[in-house]
Structure formats: structure tokens, C-alpha cells
Write a protein that binds this ligand. Structure first.
Ligand code: HEM
Ligand SMILES: *[C@@H]1O[C@H](CO)[C@@H](O)[C@H](O)[C@H]1NC(C)=O
Ligand SMILES: *[C@@H]1O[C@H](CO)[C@@H](O)[C@H](O)[C@H]1NC(C)=O
Ligand SMILES: *[C@@H]1O[C@H](CO)[C@@H](O)[C@H](O)[C@H]1NC(C)=O
Ligand SMILES: *[C@@H]1O[C@H](CO)[C@@H](O)[C@H](O)[C@H]1NC(C)=O
Length: 443
């Protein structure tokens, strides 16, 4: 099998902290994908369980004891009650849907000492709770969990924590177009449905049917990437306010797809990188019922029985995610093109990166380095748009700068957000509910 250089792979496997990521590694990784990805795609008959051309080449061996995730005892599933926040992120919802008892002192001390509860049942948590839960339950590396948790707190929360639902400045439910993006896999586009956290059964069913045989179904990155192209087209066709921006589009939106396989797949000795089958997908998506009558129950995402997470030697880090985005761009290049509908369906135009980056990036440069553009744009946009001070933004800017430094990215001095007024769907905050655009098509 023709494959990627093992040195690049080794670096990714070891890169649980992006600060330790050597400068040239991502370039080397991207170059090896660019050179060899296409060959691999055609030349191999046995597709890796994660998909064609997606890392890792050789997963670490399965370790049942270390990778088992309990959903028993203090972690048993408990459905959310009326006061509990549940939002558009199935991973966070699932982690909040377990029993955390504050009734017994013993239980409380146990939890504090072991720091072992997943997430508070009410769906509101601190930065460190999000970081440790995402690592413990899903094997999200600390650089990625840290970035996401700090972003939630600083941009969308109260600085120290945030709600997994909530409105603007309360939680990620109010994060439309800074975090929450259009053309998500299963969740509704805000201005197509009036909500950003409604699971649209037709979207789910399109994906579900892409693996017809339940016995062999595996919703891997090949399936997810093909589906991401369908969703992009569907938003153009049905959401008059579709907006696809540098950070929420090029970066966050890919994560909404890759996270399904990368985090939800059940790992095993036979398939250490995991298989995401129909039952596990349904459990984590809060969808139940037979194939001809699939039903979504809001907020009941559930960690399946006997489910195994990523190996700690194979945690999903920022560089690992970036390598996935590079690979996505090879088969669905439009997923890395920013643009918007102009108030009616099928009026999509690409946004000229040169205009919004004040000349720092041309469309050609973005095509060559989409990750640099999206990351540098986020950096400049946060400084210009949030109204927060450099000190308040420091945890985020330092994390982003670490990434862009290692990739030698061209920086963006300032962003021109007024160019985005041509996009009626653009807002930096909004949700979890919003107006339905005139002419929106629901299905
Ligand atoms: C602190 C960590 C996290 C934050 C801040 C976060 C935030 C978000 C946000 C804002 C979205 C909406 C994205 C969009 O509209 O495209 C989302 C979607 C998603 N998240 Fe998370 N998330 C986190 C951790 C996780 C974890 C650990 C998983 C593991 C399974 C996960 C799985 C997903 C998936 C699969 C979606 C797409 C949902 C769909 O539309 O089908 N996330 N998340
Ligand atoms: C479909 O599922 C829903 C919810 O579980 C149920 O109420 C309904 O009767 C089912 N419809 C059919 C045709 O089975
Ligand atoms: C995960 O894989 C293991 C090993 O094949 C299996 O025993 C277990 O039932 C699977 N779990 C789920 C939720 O499918
Ligand atoms: C960024 O890198 C510096 C030095 O390499 C390190 O001290 C810091 O912790 C990193 N920041 C983040 C958020 O990863
Ligand atoms: C921002 O972009 C708009 C075009 O969308 C342009 O008219 C305006 O001059 C730009 N502003 C600056 C400061 O360059």
C-alpha cells in the first residue's frame, strides 16, 4: 500500500499538544497528502476503516480497559429535565446526559476527588470541565479541547464557562456564525428552520441511507466527506441566508463532520480506529425507531452500552484535524470556498478573500492554504469583532498563533467585515432561534 511518510504520521500521533508541534510538520503532512493522496485513493483495494487517505496509517493497538467508557452507575443515562440546557452539539449533550448526584456528600466528594463526572447535568460547565470531559470521554487532545472550551467561554460565554445551549454570550446556542455554522450534518440551518438545534430527519436519513447494509455499515470519513458536499449544495438550494465564512465554514463546519467518525466510532481490537455503525450513530444522535420511521428526541443523545473511545496514543488534536481538512479539500474542494446566498435560494457567490482580508489573501492563496487563511482570519476577526481586549483574548490568540506559526502563515492585519453586509445571513452572534428567511425551503 502506498502511504504517507511515517515521520509525518509519527509527529501527528505524538502531537497531543500543538505547542510541541515542529514547524515543518504540517507542511510535510500536507505535502505527503497532496502527493500521495490521489494515488492511494485509486491504488488500494482495502480501504482503511477511517476512509481513504485519512490518518493514521497504523493505529495503536486496542486497549479495552483504557478505552472503555462507562455509562453505568454515576454515569448512567438520565434524560435532561426542563431546566437542563441541550444544544446542537451531540457530543456535549451526550456527556451531560448522565447522572451527577449532588444529593449525597459521598458521591459529591468522590466526584470532586476523582474529577470524574463527565459534564454537569444542567449543561453549563467551566473551561476545565469541558477540557477534561472531552479528553476523558472521547479522546479529544488537550490542544483541541482547550481551544474549543476557551472559545466557548471567551467568545460565547461569560469568560469562565458557558452553556451547551443558551443565547448570545451565554453559550454556544447563541454562536451563529462565530461557532455555529450553516450546512451542518444533521442540525438545522438557523434561518432555514428558525432554529440551529433541530435535528432534520431528512438530513439524517440522507446520510443514514449512504450505508444501506446495517451489517457492514461504517460511516467513515469517506462517507462523511461525500455527505458534506451534499449538505453544502442543499444549503445553497434551500437556505436564502446561507453563509459560509472563513472560520465557521472552512474550520468548524468540517469538524461537525469529522467529529462523527473520529469521536463516535466504536473502537475494537479488530478495528482499532473504529467502526461507526447504524446503532451507535443513532444512539449518539438521539434518533430511534425503525429505518422507515426514524424519530428524533431532542437532547437524548446517549453513550452506547459497551462503547470504546479513541486510544490515548491516538488522541484527536488540532494538527490531526487539520490533516483531515486537507484531505477533505481534495475530494470536496468547494467545502473550502467561502461565500453566501444573497437573500434567495441559489444565489450563492463566493466571497473574495482579498476584500475581507484587506488584500492579505487572494483566492489563489486561500486555495493553496485554506487552513492558514481560516486561522489567520479568525485571529484578526476576534480582535476586531468581539470588543474584547488583547488580554481577555490571549488564551485564544496564543493557541491560534501557535498553529499559524508552525505553518508559516501569512498574517492578516485587519479584516473588512463590512464586505459581509452583502450576505444577509451574516451575524457574529445569534440563535438558538432566529427568523426564518422568506423563501426558505424546509424538508
Ligand atoms: C468543548 C468542546 C466542543 C465544542 C465547543 C463544540 C461545539 C460545537 C458546535 C458549536 C457545533 C455546531 C457546529 C455547526 O453548526 O456546524 C457542534 C457540532 C457538532 N459537534 Fe461539538 N463541540 C465540542 C465537542 C464535541 C465532541 C467531544 C464531540 C464528540 C462526538 C462533538 C461532536 C459534534 C458533532 C458530530 C457535531 C455536528 C452535529 C450535526 O449537525 O450533526 N463535539 N459542536
Ligand atoms: C413512528 O414513530 C413514532 C414515535 O416513536 C410513533 O408515535 C408512530 O406511531 C410511528 N409511526 C409508525 C407508522 O409506525
Ligand atoms: C464495540 O466493539 C466491541 C468489540 O467488537 C463490541 O464488543 C461492542 O459491543 C461494540 N460496542 C458497540 C456500542 O457497538
Ligand atoms: C503556545 O506555545 C507556547 C510556547 O511554545 C506555549 O507556552 C503555550 O502554552 C502555547 N499556547 C497554547 C494555547 O497552546
Ligand atoms: C471594505 O469592503 C467594501 C466592499 O465590500 C469596500 O467598499 C470598502 O472600501 C472596504 N473598506 C476598506 C476599509 O477597505
Amino acid at each position: 500500500m502506498k502511504t504517507f511518510t511515517t515521520s509525518a504520521l509519527g509527529v501527528v500521533l505524538l502531537a497531543s499538544n500543538v505547542a510541541a508541534f515542529p514547524a515543518a510538520a504540517l507542511d510535510a503532512l500536507s505535502a505527503s497528502f497532496a502527493k500521495e493522496g490521489a494515488n492511494t485513493k485509486r491504488a488500494t483495494s482495502v480501504v482503511a476503516p477511517q476512509g481513504t487517505g485519512y490518518l493514521p496509517l497504523v493505529p495503536p493497538p486496542f486497549d479495552a480497559a483504557a478505552q472503555y467508557v462507562s455509562n453505568k452507575g454515576q454515569y448512567a443515562f438520565v434524560a435532561p429535565g426542563p431546566g437542563d440546557a441541550r444544544g446542537m452539539c451531540p457530543g456535549l449533550n451526550a456527556m451531560a446526559n448522565q447522572f451527577v448526584s449532588w444529593r449525597s456528600i459521598t458521591m459529591r466528594l468522590t466526584i470532586l476527588i476523582q474529577c470524574s463526572n463527565y459534564l454537569p447535568h444542567n449543561g453549563v460547565a467551566t473551561i476545565s470541565q469541558f477540557i477534561s470531559a472531552t479528553n476523558k470521554v472521547f479522546g479529544m487532545a488537550f490542544d483541541l479541547g482547550g481551544f474549543l472550551a476557551f472559545f466557548g467561554a471567551i467568545v460565547d460565554g461569560d469568560g469562565a464557562g458557558w452553556s451547551i445551549d443558551g443565547g448570545p454570550h451565554v453559550g454556544i446556542g447563541g454562536s451563529h456564525n462565530d461557532y455555529d455554522s450553516d450546512s451542518s450534518p444533521f442540525m438545522s440551518d438557523l434561518n432555514q428552520y428558525g432554529s440551529n438545534k433541530e435535528l432534520v430527519i431528512s438530513q439524517f436519513k440522507t446520510f443514514y441511507d449512504m450505508q444501506p447494509d446495517a451489517a457492514t455499515a461504517n460511516y467513515n470519513l469517506d462517507v462523511l466527506t461525500a455527505f458534506s458536499g451534499k449538505r453544502y449544495t442543499e444549503s445553497i438550494n434551500k437556505n436564502p441566508y446561507f453563509f459560509y465564512g472563513p472560520f465557521p465554514g472552512i474550520l468548524v463546519s468540517q469538524a461537525a463532520f469529522t467529529f462523527k467518525y473520529r469521536f463516535m466510532a466504536n473502537k475494537s481490537a479488530e478495528y482499532p480506529e473504529g467502526i461507526l455503525n447504524k446503532d451507535v450513530l443513532k444512539s449518539f444522535s438521539s434518533v430511534s425507531g425503525p429505518d422507515n420511521n426514524l424519530t428524533w428526541t431532542p437532547g437524548h443523545e446517549r453513550i452506547p452500552d459497551n462503547w470504546y473511545k479513541r486510544n490515548d496514543a491516538d488522541q484527536y488534536s488540532i494538527p490531526y484535524f487539520f490533516a483531515d481538512v486537507v484531505r477533505i479539500g481534495q475530494t470536496q474542494p468547494e467545502r473550502l470556498v467561502i461565500g453566501c446566498n444573497h437573500g434567495a435560494v441559489n444565489t450563492f457567490n463566493a466571497i473574495d478573500p482579498a476584500t475581507i482580508s484587506n488584500g492579505a489573501y487572494t483566492a489563489g492563496q486561500v486555495a493553496a492554504s485554506p487552513l492558514c487563511f481560516a486561522t489567520e482570519f479568525a485571529l484578526a476577526e476576534l480582535i476586531g469583532t468581539t470588543g474584547l481586549s488583547a488580554a481577555q483574548l490571549a488564551p485564544l490568540t496564543s493557541s491560534l498563533q501557535n498553529v499559524t506559526k508552525s505553518m508559516n502563515c501569512q498574517s492578516i492585519g485587519s479584516v473588512n467585515m463590512s464586505a459581509l453586509t452583502a450576505c444577509p445571513g451574516f451575524s457574529f452572534y445569534g440563535g438558538p432561534t432566529g427568523p426564518i428567511a422568506p423563501g426558505a425551503i424546509q424538508s
